[in-house]
Structures are given as C-alpha cells and as structure tokens.
Design a protein around this ligand. Structure first.
Ligand code: CTP
Length: 401
C-alpha cells in the first residue's frame, strides 16, 4: 500500500523521538519515499543526520535554512500522500488545533491536504490536561486521525497514558489509512487455524493449517473498517492489530464461540480447518506405552459438529455467510455440494496439496462459487491479496443488497 507513496514524517521534541527512527525504517522498507520534518526541540533528542541517511532525503528543520528553496514546506505539503507526526507533543497539537504556524512543521501542516495521523506522546498529566484533550478533540473534528498513546511506565518515571505506541503499530495504522473503508462499521466474524482434539494431556489430533489465510482475511477486513472478531485455533501468528481474537483449542470450543458471536455479525467467514473427528474418549492422564512392539493400539473417533452447517441453519436473511472448501480433487463438484449443504452465500474453493497453494503456503489458488451460480477463478496469489479479493466480492454484494 505504501509503495511509491510520499510520506512526510513529522518529529517533535519528546523522549520517544528515537522511535521515529524505527518508524522511518519501516516506511522506507515498504517502498515509500519519506521526507522528515523535525522541530528544533526534536533536534535536542535525535540527530538530523540519522534521519537524513535513513530517509535518503534532506531533512527539513527550519523555514529558512533550505539550500534549494524557501518554500520547501509548501512543496512537501502538496506532494505528501500522507503525513504522520510521531511523537506529537502538546505543543504541535496545540498549534495545529489553533491555527498557529511558527516553525517548519506547523507551517507545513497549514498547507497539508492529505491524510494525517497524529501520535500524541507526553507525560500522563500533560496528556490528560484539559487543554490538550480539547485540542485533540478539535483535531479529530478537523478530520485528523489520532492514534491513542499506549499506557505504561514513562520516561519521567510516572505510569499511565502517554507512551508513543510501538513503531510496528504506528506503521500498521498508517497503512490502514490507505485502504477503502467499504466495510466501515460492519461486524465481521472470522474463524482461522486448525483445531486440536485431545487424546490425552500431551497428545492431540490436528492438521497442517497455519491460520495464514484466516488471519489475512481478519486483517484485511479490519483495515477496510470492519469490526472484526477472530476465533482462532492454535497458530504461531501475531494477532492482527485492531482485531478481537478469541483463542480456542478444540472444534467443540470453536463451535461454542462461533454460535455465541454469530447473532451480531453481518458477515461470517469460516476459514478454519476444523478437525472432522475427535477421540471418543479423552484420557486425563498421559497414556503410557506398554513396550510391546508388535501389539497395535487404536483410538476410537467420534465426528465433530459441522460448525459451518450449524451457522448456515441459524443464519438470518441479512447475514452473509462464506466458507472454504479445501479439496485435493474435483473442486467444483465438492465445493458446490458444500455450498448447498451448509447454506452458504459464497464458498472459496482451494486445491490443497499442490506447491504454493493451501495449508502453510503464503500464496493460494482459489475459485469463488456464489449462490447465484456465478464463479470466479483467481490466479495463484499472495494470501493477503486473496483476502482482499474475497472482501471485494462480499462488499459488493452486501453493500448493494
Ligand atoms: N467446517 C466446519 N466444521 C467442521 C468441518 C468444516 O465449520 N466440522 C467448515 C470449514 O471451516 C470450511 C468448510 O466447513 O469453511 C469446509 O471444510 P472442509 O474441511 O473443506 O470440508 P468438510 O465439510 O469437513 O468435508 P470433507 O472433510 O468431507 O471435505
């Protein structure tokens, strides 16, 4: 999303200014052109050279010290695709809220017409000060996106709100600014990952699902403005930012959480690879081996509830329900059967067991089957892209209905 975009990074004088260096690196790594504007106070905390070298651009530190042009702040304002101010002090917040332009950053902000994200960071008492809160409200009303500071121990030895969030989080929220908000306010319930069916306290039956596809769907939906709940089996992925994650282990637990959360949902997307069977009896003590190499041991299995089918039976007219069909052969036939049996609006069929597609891979090759009989075949692509394609189709149908 940031590739070839021009991002202006405003850095103010706060102890967290050092975190802006890491933020700059993340934005550069995403392929953007970054221009840094530093206030005079920021220069007390981090050197201009660091930002100049890492941004591969001149750094603007004053209105009149540019070699090429004294109107650089105007050019930078008009060429910006987005501006992020991190850390934003009480001073810049106050100036921007009240139309004061007395240095390079505040003057440039007067001319900015792009998206702007402001990341307040200061001592807790300063942050809670009524004037600062009033100014933040004004900036919000003026259409600026305010990233709430984190809470915790601050450099001034107090503890509370005011910490500049982690650069990874700031970067993620900056990227979010660039997505369409076509799912704004829609409640979206997603399931992801495998389930684990316990044999005894140390062993289980599961499958190869990594959760990548489901996590990509949840992340994409949140970026597009959805209010997302993700019911996730055990995976080694970081929870997507801004998503409410409910962790479960077994199919039975997943069924309970999905049923509990489905009534509120506008869109339900079941990506999870639910284990179809569980051991009929789960032992509460570890099963010991008997040392007999020729004797066989068997585990009796019982079928798990089909969660998607349960949801399909309960779903209301206004709810959109999508499922996945992981097949090794006869994709069209099996996918259409599942769509019918589980009362789905969309089934995303994918061939598993081929290189680059299905479980564990970062890419997927899928085909969409819609209730109205239309289909859409996609080439092999990144799971994040597949997630957005799924949401494009759902959004077009949900919004037009
Ligand atoms: N699913 C579910 N509960 C189950 C099994 C599957 O909710 N007990 C959902 C999956 O999340 C997926 C869809 O049903 O969205 C299809 O899953 P898949 O494993 O492809 O098919 P199954 O219905 O299990 O049928 P089969 O294993 O015979 O292919």
């Amino acid at each position: 999303m940031l590739k070839d975009k021009t991002i202006v990074l405003g850095v103010c004088g706060g102890i967290a200014a050092y975190k802006a260096v890491e933020l700059l690196r993340l934005i550069k790594k995403a392929g953007a052109n970054v221009r840094v504007v530093m206030t005079q106070s920021a220069l007390e905390f981090v050197g201009e050279t660091t930002f100049r070298v890492l941004s591969e651009n001149d750094v603007c530190t004053g209105l009149f010290n540019s070699k090429e042009s004294s109107v650089r702040h105007i050019e930078w304002a008009s060429e910006a695709d987005a501006v992020v101010i991190a850390p934003a002090t009480a001073n810049i917040i106050g100036k921007m809220a009240n139309g004061i332009a007395d240095d390079a950053l505040s003057t440039m902000m007067m001319a900015v017409t792009s998206k702007v994200m402001i990341c307040p960071s200061m001592n807790t008492y300063m942050y809670e000060n009524r004037a600062v809160q009033r100014n933040i409200d004004i900036l919000e009303q003026d259409g600026f996106f305010i990233l709430e500071p984190g809470t915790g121990e601050l450099a001034c030895k107090t503890s509370g709100a005011g910490r500049l969030p982690d650069p990874v989080l700031i970067f993620d929220r900056l990227v979010k600014l660039f997505y369409p908000k076509d799912l704004k306010g829609k409640k979206i319930l997603v399931s992801a990952g495998p389930t684990r069916e316990a044999i005894d306290p140390v062993r289980y039956i599961s499958n190869h699902s990594s959760g990548k596809m489901g996590y990509a769907v949840a992340e994409a939906a949140e970026k597009r403005g959805g209010v997302v709940t993700l019911v996730s089996g055990p995976v080694s992925l970081s929870p997507p930012i801004g998503v409410d994650v409910i962790k479960i282990e077994s199919a039975k637990q997943m069924a309970d959480e999905i049923i509990k959360n489905m009534d509120d949902a506008d869109i339900i997307i079941k990506v999870a690879a639910v284990a179809d069977y569980r051991p009929s009896a789960s032992h509460d003590k570890k099963i010991k081996k008997n040392g007999n190499l020729t004797a066989s041991i068997s585990i009796e299995l019982t079928e798990n509830p089909d969660i998607l089918k349960m949801v399909g039976e309960r779903k209301k007219e206004r709810q959109f329900l999508a499922g996945f069909a992981a097949e090794t052969q006869n994709l069209d036939v099996y996918a259409l059967k599942k769509m019918e049996k589980k009362n789905l609006d969309l089934i995303v069929g994918n061939i598993v067991g081929v290189k680059g597609s299905g479980f564990e891979a970062d890419t997927n090759k899928v085909k969409f089957f819609f209730r109205d009989g239309t289909t859409h075949d996609l080439p092999l692509m990144d799971k994040a892209k597949v997630a957005h394609k799924i949401l494009d189709h759902i959004s077009a149908r949900v919004i037009s209905s």
